[in-house]
Design a protein around this ligand. Sequence first.
Ligand SMILES: Nc1ncnc2c1ncn2[C@@H]1O[C@H](COP(=O)(O)OP(=O)(O)OP(=O)(O)O)[C@@H](O)[C@H]1O
Length: 289
Amino acid sequence: MPAPPCTSCHAARAALRRPRSGQALCGACFCTAFEAEVLHTVLAGRLLPPGAVVAVGASGGKDSTVLAHVLRELAPRLGISLQLVAVDEGIGGYRDAALAAVRRQAARWELPLTVVAYEDLFGGWTMDAVARSTAGSGRSRSCCTFCGVLRRRALEEGARRVGATHIVTGHNADDMAETVLMNFLRGDAGRLARGGGLGSPGEGSALPRCRPLQLASQKEVVLYAHFRRLDYFSEECVYAPEAFRGHARDLLKRLEAAGKGRRGLDEEATPGTPGDPAQTPTPKAVPTF
Ligand SMILES: Nc1ncnc2c1ncn2[C@@H]1O[C@H](COP(=O)(O)OP(=O)(O)OP(=O)(O)O)[C@@H](O)[C@H]1O
């Protein structure tokens, strides 16, 4: 059965059905809509004022790649300038390849790139060294917990070095749902109470931070990367399997599948529409008509 016409331009054939709205769009109209939604998030939330020097936390992964690309498209309208800041955590066999992707992006998009390394910032400690020192120690926290704290500080330092006024990261709606669930499961009422906004205004001496993709689903981030033919790094960190976040992600997937089954409204299971909603899309695997 041929794909239906795009419901926006009515000229091209639709290439996807939007997971949330069910709207059938061609790739070009989907990307335009996605960019307009990020613009709306930034403007409505007053996240990045005109004149802002924005440090994009660039990991080489799909989310920060899409974020950098979209903000580069929107920069003239927002009146902002961009700097890519990448943190080298010192994770052998992982970060070097991811940094290579960031370097390619910086060159292709002509954006300045600064790399800051844990080893330089934290007295010679790399994430591999932290992992070795915590292995078998019986500590309940995985090394991802340490890494999260160190990366936050490293990103702040990198942003300051380039004269940034704001920091943005690529967290999407799925990441935020996982964070809420993790805080809930840990009974962390303080974090749950603080975590509702699109970012933090920059308490104390910290720079303001925000997450312009926070309202975009992971599926749509992957679709945007596909239609814009973005080059990104899609392997998981070698330490990710031990992270508590993985449990929250699995639980959310199962809850989502169960919810869709109950409603009997699984629009995405319709033949010829995007893939199984229970699956987090494999990076670069693209559901189309
Ligand atoms: N090494 C890094 N250097 C700079 N920024 C980073 C780095 N790692 C993560 N970030 C920032 O934090 C965000 C969340 O990262 P995290 O690894 O938790 O999630 P992710 O969904 O895998 O993101 P991505 O697809 O962008 O790698 C990223 O989108 C990016 O903006």
